[in-house]
Each structure stands twice: as structure tokens, then as C-alpha cells.
Design a protein around this ligand. Structure first.
Ligand code: MN
Length: 739
């Protein structure tokens, strides 16, 4: 496409595009609104007058197009349309934020500021910088969700007009779109925009696949049309007789979703049977619309046999995006399963416009909608500036696409949680402290462990204990971003405490050896033990994984060789001399474990994707070559997982100093009152150790106890045994291997 218009034609085109902007908007405008929009347009036009887009078009085409998406497709208000017209003005021209505020007031200025901040984020390739950018972007949700909505519109138009960009930029922008913008659009209920972003993303990341699927769709268009016609013809007379006013439409699965399904189910295009759904949209009133939906359901199932396990009632319980609809799958003409979506015009509007329609219909007295609730939850998890940005975005993203379940609190309140959420996730969703102290749960009246996966309809009551606190194992089963962030923060706090103790221990031990703990010595120790930071060193001292013998080895190596000294000096310049008050505790992944039991097994790294410590990986049991470890996103992974699921073994990187194992201690002694109490107190207050099982018996004044504990290493176990031995009356403490 080349662009060549004369100045005159160009001005005409600009005027035409501007007029279009007000025509099909979702909201209606007062004269004052129209004046404000006109003013914004004039200023944007003037500000961008010397700029052109890569295509050669005048720059103003872009803000007009973004404003149009905002007005038509997202259906936002005047403030948003004005902000959309001005969104690149502060960024790219001489206008300042103060100018905007003076001309358009505080609201518009705040939104434009949010948008400018986002585009100021460093455009770096580095994953963590990237993630930090996304996090900052999500932070703007905190101020005004309209910032993100306009940003999504901006991204959509940029994706629509990306042909003129160089290929590397196309690829980068597309990946970013698929990574964060599409999931966000989905979560904000903008289903059409989400599909378009995904399709365009696929077009640039996998052009051949995209072309192939879109050709096949074009070829089958006629056939689909006929099918939908034959379907509606069967229903028509009954629906008409019942006096319904309705339309029946075919809704095709997007190219991207077809692709996704082909990959996830390992099938070809022809093998996908649900390429389109049929949508029945009817006129109704708020009062009657639910009743009408079930009436239509009844009519549809009179003619077509329903699949009983494919009924989804999003009317009685809307999704937290606000989506409402009744979905059934029926055996349609020609013996084909087809999904039928039944919804009123109002419900359809919400499904199409998401956010805007939601608020149009929202009754002020109804309280919070699912979307408000969600926005509040986000604000909450954003409040933790300490969490690692990559993790944060990963965790956050997980929650964007997840399906939902609904569970009840003991009072009968309904809570939406992502699928696979556990009792612990539920506890954190109630309150952070409830999560921190969660010991177990009563699910439908029965006692369950905190890792118990909840199902829709469960009634859940959380059991807490003051002594309970988070441990690293919790991260294996929680799925909500909120719970993950909270647990990670608590663990970091814990580690810092242990590290502080460790620093004191180290200082004391070195003093005995006549060495002062200077920064230089710390650096030498960090290098000697092959660690990353001083925090790692102090932490390992604190939990006992560096013992006296190892310290002595260090001393002798230090004294023995002057060569080592110089070596260390060179390395030292690379090792960071962190101090203990550094916020983030970095994981040292130094060991790979397999399966539920986290066993250490022999393995080889696969050549195709070369995983490194910290990567998300899985093990594949080969026939002749033992376990091969692949990255989860290895190009071979999908086919391996699809075809040889039974040969896949879970694998994960761990920090071996944080791994815990269980040990049983047997205690023998002469009983006295309060002895059991003293023992448990020694264990739970002195150290960071969890008690799993406690079994105490006493007869004829003889005391016998068996305690199962989690420890990180033998030194810790030794420490507990030593402290228990000191309790009055205890005469024997030993480790046993079976209860
Ligand atoms: Mn822009």
C-alpha cells in the first residue's frame, strides 16, 4: 500500500475521518461534549501537523483511529475520547501536561499522563526490564482503568497498521501483544478486541499458519452460511409463535483460537468440529430476560438433542468480567455438535462492549460488580513493590485467562476464584492474615488440607492457628497472584531474619579465628562458597548449611595461596557486594528435582532447548538415554506432551538450601507436668521448623514422644536434638526412620 494524496484530498480525508468519529459512538453526546471533542481534535491536528506515520499518512489518522476504537468498540465516554485524541501529544510534540490540564482539566490530564508514562517505559528487550514495564503499566490500573483501555485501543490500531514496520519490530510488538495486551483485553471483557489482537499477533509471529487457516475459512464460508440457515429455519416458526423478537447469527471461532485448539489437541483444521457457534439474541426486559433465556433454551432443546455436560449458565452467575449468557451444545443438523449461545440484547451489549456497557446498566444501589471486585484485587496485589517483576507479571498473567469457579463463605457469600484454586487461595482471598495463618479448611463440613483443590459450589470455612506461617512448599499449589505474592514476601522476610542471625553467627565464629568480618572477607567468602550475594552467605550461615568444617576450609585456603587471593580479587569485582538490607532475595537454583516427591535423579539437558537453572522445565523419559530435560516452551515440548504424556515427569529447579525434608525424632525420658509443652515450644519458637506430627505417650511416669519435623539439613536437625536434650527429664533423643 502506498500513500499519495494531494494536500487538498488529505484535508478532506482528515475531515471525513473526524466526522465518522462522532457518528457511530456508543455513548450519546451533549453539545458541550461535542465542543470538547472538537477542541481536542483541533489541538491534536495542530500539534501533529508536521508528523507522518511510517506509511506516509498524516499522523493525525492515528489518534482519530484510536479515539474511534475507544468510542465505538469500547464505548467509552467523552473524557476518554478526548484523552485518546490527545494521547500522543505530550509524548511527541511541544505540548506539556500543564497545557493539557489548563485546556481540558484534571481528568483528561491524568489519563494522558498515565498514557505518556507507559510509552516512556524503556523499550528494552531484557525480560526483567520488560516485565517491570508491564508492572508499571498495570499500576496505572490503580489510577484509572481508562488508561489501560485507551492503551489497548492504541495497541490495536498499531497492530492494524503494522505492515509498514520492519520485520523485527513487527515480531517484537506482536509477541508483546500476545503476551500481555490480549490477556488484559480478555480480562476487561473486550472479547472482540482480544480476538483481533490475537489474530493480528498470529499474523506476524506465524504468517504461514495464519494464511493457511484464513484461506481454509474463506473456502468454507458458504458451507457455514448454509448450515446456520438450516439451523435457524428449524427454530424460526416456534420462536415466532412464542412472540420473540430475535436475531440468529453464526459466530466463527477466531483464527487464533482455531490455531490454539489445533496445537493443544494435536488435531488438523478439519478435525475441529466447533469452528462456529450459533448465537440467539432476543429482545426482553430486565425483569423477564432470565425467564426468556430458559424459554428459548426449552425451544432449542425441543428441536435438537442437548449434550447434558455442556450446559453453561452465566446468567444466574455471571463471569466476573460481567459476561452473561446461556450456553448449550446440541446435536445440530447433519449430526454435528454445535454450541448455541442464548442472550438478551443487554447481555450481548455487555459481551461486546465490556466495561462501558457494564457501567451503563449498573444499578448504583447494587454495590460492586465482578469487575470492580477484580480491579480492587489487582490494586491489592500491586501494592507489593518488593516482588520480583518477572514473577509478578507471570503470576498476574496466569490469572487473566483462567476459568473461574464459585465458592461460598460460611455466611453464604459467593467468591470467584480461578480454576484449580485451593483452600489456601481462598484463605488469602479473604484476608492476608487468614492466609498466613491458614492450617486447614472445612470444605462442605469435612476437614481438608490447605492444598485441597476447590470446586464450584463448595462451602469453605478456614481454620487458622497463630503459630502457622508460610513455607516454600505453599508455592507449589497456590494459583492466585494474590496468594503467591503474599507468600513470597513473607518468605523473603523470613530469609532476611535468618540472614541477620547468620551474620551475627559468622561474625562471632570468625572472631574466634581472629578474623574481622570486613566487606573484603565477605566477598572472599561469597566467592569461596560460589554464591551470588552476601545475603546468600548470611542466610546459609543462619540456617546451618555452612558448618564449622567448611569455614575452616575457607580459612586454610585463604592462608595457603596468594594466587587465590588475586584470583578472588578479580572475581570480586564481578560479585556484587550486597548488604543485608537489599530488598529482593534471589533464588539460587542449584539443583533439579523430579516428580511429586522431589527426588534427585540422573538426567541430561536436551540439546534442542538447552535449559538453564531457573527455567521452567520438564523431564522426558527417553528409551535409551535416561531422563532428558526440556524447557516448557521448547518447540518440541508441545508434541512430546501431546503424544507421550505418560513419559513426562515433572521437574523443577530448587535452591537446595531451601529444600526441606522430613525427619522423625524419638524422645525418651521421665515425664513431668508440662513436658510436652516444653518440647513443642523449643521446636517451634527457637527455629524456623514446622512440626507435622506429634505423638506423645506417657505411662508409669515414663515419657515417649515421636515428632515429625521439616528441616533444611542435618545441622538443623542436630540443633533441635541438642536443645531438646537440655529439657529437664529428657534422657535420650534419637532420629528414627519409621513411625
Ligand atoms: Mn499512539
Amino acid at each position: 500500500m502506498s500513500y499519495n494524496l494531494s494536500i487538498e484530498e488529505e484535508n478532506k480525508e482528515i475531515a471525513k475521518r473526524y466526522k465518522d468519529l462522532l457518528k457511530g459512538a456508543y455513548q450519546s453526546f451533549t453539545d458541550a461534549d461535542k465542543k470538547e471533542i472538537r477542541k481536542a481534535f483541533d489541538i491534536a491536528l495542530e500539534a501533529h501537523k508536521d508528523q507522518r506515520r511510517k506509511t506516509g499518512e498524516p499522523y493525525i489518522f492515528h489518534p482519530i483511529a484510536v479515539a474511534k476504537i475507544v468510542a465505538y468498540e469500547i464505548g467509552l465516554d467523552t473524557t476518554s475520547i478526548v484523552a485518546a485524541l490527545l494521547h500522543d501529544v505530550v509524548e511527541d510534540t511541544d505540548y506539556t501536561l500543564e497545557d493539557i490540564e489548563r485546556l481540558f482539566g484534571e481528568n483528561v490530564a491524568r489519563i494522558v499522563n498515565g498514557l505518556t508514562k507507559i510509552s516512556h517505559l524503556k523499550k528494552d528487550q531484557d525480560a526483567s526490564v520488560q516485565a517491570e514495564n508491564f508492572r508499571k503499566m498495570l499500576l496505572t490500573l490503580n489510577d484509572d482503568v481508562r488508561v489501560i483501555l485507551i492503551k489497548i485501543a492504541d495497541r490495536l490500531h498499531n497492530m492494524q497498521t503494522m505492515d509498514a514496520m520492519p520485520p523485527d519490530k513487527q515480531l517484537k510488538i506482536s509477541s508483546e501483544t500476545l503476551y500481555i495486551y490480549a490477556p488484559l483485553a480478555h480480562r476487561l471483557g473486550l472479547y472482540n478486541i482480544k480476538s483481533e489482537l490475537e489474530n493480528l499477533g498470529l499474523k506476524y509471529t506465524e504468517p504461514d499458519v495464519y494464511k493457511d487457516i484464513s484461506n481454509r475459512i474463506t473456502q468454507s464460508t458458504e458451507e457455514h452460511k448454509k448450515y446456520i440457515e438450516s439451523f435457524s429455519n428449524i427454530l424460526k416458526s416456534t420462536l415466532d409463535n412464542e412472540g420473540f423478537e430475535y436475531t440468529i447469527k453464526g459466530r466463527r471461532k477466531s483464527i487464533y483460537s482455531i490455531r490454539k485448539k489445533m496445537l493443544s489437541q494435536g488435531v488438523s483444521y478439519d478435525e475441529i468440529y466447533d469452528k462456529f457457534a450459533i448465537r440467539i439474541i432476543y429482545k426482553s426486559t430486565i425483569k423477564k430476560e432470565k425467564f426468556d433465556a430458559w424459554k428459548i433454551y426449552s425451544i432449542v432443546t425441543d428441536h435438537f438433542r442437548p449434550n447434558p455436560i455442556r450446559l453453561r449458565d452465566w446468567i444466574s452467575q455471571p463471569k466476573s468480567t460481567g459476561y452473561e449468557s446461556l450456553h448449550i451444545t446440541v446435536m445440530g443438523p447433519m449430526g454435528r455438535w454445535v454450541e448455541v449461545q442464548i442472550r438478551s440484547e443487554r447481555m450481548d451489549e455487555i459481551a461486546e462492549k465490556g466495561y462501558a456497557a457494564h457501567y451503563k446498566y449498573k444499578n448504583k444501589n447494587e454495590g460492586e460488580t465482578g469487575l470492580d471486585d477484580w480491579l480492587n484485587k489487582i490494586k491489592d496485589s500491586l501494592e507489593n513493590p518488593n516482588s520480583n517483576a518477572v514473577d509478578f507479571v507471570e503470576d498476574f498473567k496466569l490469572n487473566l485467562y483462567s476459568k473461574e469457579i464459585f465458592v461460598f463463605t460460611p455466611n453464604g457469600d459467593l467468591k470467584a476464584l480461578p480454576k484449580n484454586a485451593t483452600a489456601l487461595d481462598f484463605a488469602f482471598s479473604i484476608h492476608t492474615q487468614v492466609g498466613m495463618n491458614c492450617r486447614g479448611a472445612k470444605v462442605n463440613g469435612k476437614l481438608k488440607p490447605i492444598s485441597h483443590q476447590l470446586k464450584s459450589g463448595d462451602q469453605v470455612e478456614i481454620i487458622t492457628a497463630k503459630s502457622q506461617k508460610p513455607n516454600v512448599g505453599w508455592l507449589d499449589f497456590v494459583v492466585t497472584a494474590r496468594a503467591r505474592t503474599r507468600i513470597k514476601n513473607a518468605l523473603n522476610e523470613d530469609q532476611k531474619k535468618i540472614a541477620e542471625e547468620g551474620k551475627e553467627i559468622l561474625t562471632r565464629k570468625l572472631r574466634h579465628l581472629k578474623i574481622n568480618l570486613t566487606e573484603k572477607v565477605v566477598n572472599e567468602l561469597v566467592v569461596f562458597f560460589k554464591l551470588k550475594t552476601s545475603l546468600d552467605l548470611f542466610y546459609r550461615m543462619g540456617n546451618g548449611s555452612i558448618d564449622n568444617n567448611q569455614l575452616k576450609e575457607f580459612i586454610s585456603s585463604r592462608n595457603s595461596s596468594i594466587v587465590n587471593f588475586f584470583k578472588n580479587r578479580i572475581k570480586r569485582s564481578k560479585s556484587v557486594a550486597d548488604t543485608i538490607d537489599k530488598n529482593e532475595v534471589v533464588d539460587n537454583y542449584d539443583s533439579l528435582v523430579f516428580g511429586k516427591e522431589e527426588e534427585h535423579l540422573d538426567y541430561k539437558m536436551s540439546q534442542c532447548c538447552n535449559p538453564i537453572p531457573g527455567d521452567k522445565v520438564f523431564g522426558f523419559i527417553t528409551i535409551n538415554d535416561g531422563i532428558k530435560v526440556h524447557k516448557k516452551d521448547c518447540p518440541n515440548a508441545i508434541s512430546l506432551q501431546a503424544n507421550y504424556a505418560y513419559r513426562i515427569i515433572n521437574a523443577k529447579w530448587i535452591d537446595s538450601t531451601k529444600q526441606e525434608f522430613r525427619a522423625i525424632i524419638k524422645i525418651h525420658g521421665v515425664d513431668h507436668q508440662g513436658m510436652a509443652n516444653e518440647i513443642t515450644k523449643v521446636i517451634s519458637t527457637n527455629m524456623n521448623i514446622n512440626i507435622h506430627n506429634l505423638n506423645i505417650s506417657s505411662s508409669d511416669g515414663v515419657f515417649e514422644g515421636k515428632i515429625t519435623v521439616s528441616v533444611k539439613n542435618k545441622t538443623q536437625l542436630q540443633k533441635i536434638s541438642d536443645s531438646i536434650k537440655k529439657i529437664e527429664g529428657v534422657d535420650k533423643v534419637e532420629r528414627i526412620y519409621k513411625l
